[in-house]
Structures are given as C-alpha cells and as structure tokens.
Design a protein around this ligand. Structure first.
Ligand SMILES: *Cc1c(COP(=O)(O)O)cnc(C)c1O
Length: 418
C-alpha cells in the first residue's frame, strides 16, 4: 500500500488505478502529472453527499487545478465553480460548467471580467471592497443588468495554517472587516444595479482542525441574524474552502465531519449553503511523475537530480511544503541513501524533497505524491522549461488531457524588434 488511494503498488510497481506509472512515463514522457478519475469522483461525491438532504452547492475552487478534463468531470457531477479570473470563467464555460453555479471571488476583479461574468449570468459576485462594489454597480448599469452580490467578510479567525495561505485574519488583504459588513450591506441596498443575495467568507487553506471553521460559522451566523434584522434577504451562506489533506502525517477531519460542523446551527435556517473546496477535491487525486537524471554525491550530501523542478511543482519552494516521494519500482540493487531530491532549475530553492531515504539509480522513476492541487495550476516556464504533460487514468486506460508544451508554444507571441 502507498497510503494514497488510487495510487497503489501492484506486482511491486506503483500504479494509477490499474495503469503502471512506468508505462505512462514511456508513453507520455516525464515530467508528467497523473490524475485518477476514480479519486476525483470519489472526493467530490463524498463532499456532495455529506450534505445529505440540505440545500447546498459545492463550488469547486478552479485555481487548485484548472485542467479542462477535470473541470468537465466535476461539471458532469453537477458541481458549481469558484473562479478568480476571466480566464477561469472561460475555462469553466469551455468545460461545460453551468454559469448559474459560478461564484466569482478575488480582490481585484477588472471591469472587463465583470462584464463577461454578467453576460454569462453567474450566480454571484463575492465582492471584497466598497470600491469594487461601486465599479460592479457601474458595469452592471452600463449593461442594463443587476449584479447578484455577496460580501466576502473577514471573520478575523486564526486558521492556524501556513501564513501564506491564511486569509481570515484582520491583517490579510482579503475580505471586508467584520465590523464594516453591516454598513456595507446597507450601502449596497441603495445601489440600483446590484442586488445582495448572499454572505461569504474564506479563512485559509490546508486547515486540519475543525475549530477555526466552527468559530467562523458562529460569527457568520451572528452576522446573518443582524443583516436579516435589518430587512436584508440573504439567500445563501458561502463558507469558502480550506479543508486540508494528508501530505504526510496530518490528520484532517473527513469531509463528513467538516460538513456537519459547517451545517451545525443551520438546521432551522432556510439559507442555501455554498462551499468552495479546492485542494481536498484534487490534491490526493494527482501525482507528479519524474525521472532521476543524475546522482551527485557531494561531501556531506547526496543529490538526486530529477527532471521535474520548481517550475512544475512550486509548493516546496514557495511554502517549504512536504510531498511524499515514492519510487515507482522499488527494490533496485542500489544502496539506500539520504537524498536531496532537486530539479535542474538554477535556484537553491529548487527542491522537491529534502532528506529522503531512497535507493536510486539514474533513470529510475519517482512519484511526487499529493500533487493534484496547486501543482500544474501554479506551474511556470521559468528557465524556459516547457510545461509538463497531464494524463488522467481511468481503470486500465490512460488519457492525455494536456500535451507537453512544445518549444514553439514556449515562444508563441514573442517578437523581436524590426
Ligand atoms: C483558494 C480559495 C479556495 C479554495 O481553497 P482550498 O484550500 O483549496 O480549499 C476557496 N475560496 C477562495 C475564495 C479561495 O481563494
């Protein structure tokens, strides 16, 4: 067992569902992201069914992984989507997502993005400032439309996660200060081309405890009561995303317990509940497959130089994040050594894992686990490295869902001076 559902050893070779990962490397090359259809569907279904009979909408946070095949899979299951840009909107529509199930988050929405979203007829704009509200009202007026609006309020709750992915504290750039929410809702009521429909928050990412969610829910329900007392009709409560996954030894609560915690205190309320899960739906449904290029033995350290790098998977470099690294075909003749698993990029921060006990030979394949979320979607072309291919396994089949970037694509759009 690998400990990661849908990625298990069979006859001593790591497989995605029933497909050997060495076969995928041969067919599609490395570095290559591999996702499991079964794991994606199982994660979504567990989340969705945890609401039991309650009126709800799961809005998958597209930024976690925006591949069209993955969006399409979720759209087929009836998912909604949480987008943060016009590009993500285009992707969701392209993938067959229902615009009436889209919420639009983000602190810096541009008028053009607002226009396209209004044309598409999205469910709601999650507005993050008074200035944004005014622009949205103007854009909607110019189109003779009324924009549905929630305010993203900042409940000032400590998510106790990495500072770069904590968003619910007072000092963060996100959301509207909790104390200002009521007056902002009141001013929104006076604008002709926005209509308040919901209340929204999102406190951070990779949370592994329920307490911050429960604290947030309590604060949000208190605010909801005060808004209703002012005569506002709030149709939905959006509690954001942020549920963590197991990368190594974390023990995040299961989706069922998380949803039960969010829904507590909501029994006698009529509002629809929205959630915006990203990582928890895709994180452990994907891996990054890479090949060992060179082994380098320096005085005090052993380096395994692999063909994937920080431009493919930025999380270790950006957050010092831990990803398990497993051999695809363990049991080589090589000695076990402590390796620094690093990429070819010219940065000391370019590593995928530190101090890993591995028995390696050049040419061996490694699987960087839990790479389905914030992997490919954060990738770049740094060092002019073409972006990796993406493959989805489904039973015993492997489908290419994104071609490896070509050299021509790498330079597309660039021009030299006449
Ligand atoms: C990133 C983000 C999410 C998803 O967060 P996860 O930790 O991946 O679940 C949800 N809502 C908003 C507003 C976000 O910015």
């Amino acid at each position: 067992m690998s400990g990661f559902p849908s990625f298990n050893y069979r006859n001593n070779v790591l497989c995605g569902e029933s497909v050997r990962l060495d076969r995928i490397a041969r067919e599609f090359g490395t570095p290559c992201y591999v996702y499991s259809r079964h794991a994606l569907v199982a994660a979504y279904s567990e989340f969705d069914s945890a609401f039991a009979g309650r009126d709800h909408l799961v809005c998958y946070a597209v930024k976690a992984n925006s591949n069209l095949a993955i969006l399409n899979l979720f759209a087929r299951l009836g998912s909604g989507f949480d987008i943060v840009s016009g590009g993500e909107l285009r992707r969701v529509l392209e993938a067959g997502g229902d615009p009436r199930k889209i919420v639009f988050s983000g602190v810096g929405k541009q008028p053009d993005e607002m226009r396209v979203a209004l044309e598409a007829g999205i469910l709601c704009f999650n507005v993050e400032s008074e200035a944004e509200l005014e622009i949205l009202d103007q854009v909607a007026r110019s189109m003779n439309q009324i924009a549905p609006v929630s305010f993203r309020v900042n409940p000032d709750v400590d998510a106790r996660t990495h500072p770069y992915i904590s968003t619910g504290l007072k000092e963060n750039k996100f959301g509207i200060p909790f104390e200002e929410a009521e007056s902002l809702y009141a001013s929104a009521q006076k604008l002709a081309n926005v209509r308040v429909t919901g209340l929204d928050c999102h406190i951070g990412s990779q949370l592994t405890e329920l307490d911050p969610f429960v604290e947030t829910r309590e604060k949000m329900l208190g605010l909801l009561d005060r808004l209703e007392a002012r005569g506002l009709k709030i149709h939905h409560l959006d509690l954001g995303g942020g549920l963590g996954i197991r990368y190594s030894s974390e023990k995040p609560p299961p989706a069922r317990a998380y949803i039960a915690a969010l829904c507590g205190g909501m029994v006698q309320r009529k509002q629809r509940i929205l959630v915006e899960p990203g990582r928890v739906l895709v994180g452990n449904a994907g891996i990054l497959l890479t090949r060992v290029e060179y082994l380098k033995h320096a005085t005090h350290r052993n380096f395994a130089i692999v063909d994937a790098a920080m431009n493919d998977l930025m999380r270790p470099a950006l957050y010092n994040a831990y990803h398990e690294i497993l051999p695809v075909a363990p049991g080589t003749q090589a000695d076990v050594k402590t390796y620094q698993v690093v990429g070819p990029v010219c940065e000391t921060g370019d590593f995928l894992g530190h101090d890993r006990e591995l028995a390696l030979l050049p040419g061996d394949l490694l699987a960087v686990m839990s790479a389905g979320a914030y992997g490919m979607s954060m990738s770049s072309n740094y060092n002019s490295r073409p972006r990796a291919a993406e493959v989805m396994v489904d039973g015993d089949r492997a489908h290419l869902i994104r071609e490896r970037e070509s050299m021509d694509q790498l330079m597309a759009g660039e021009k030299i001076l006449p």
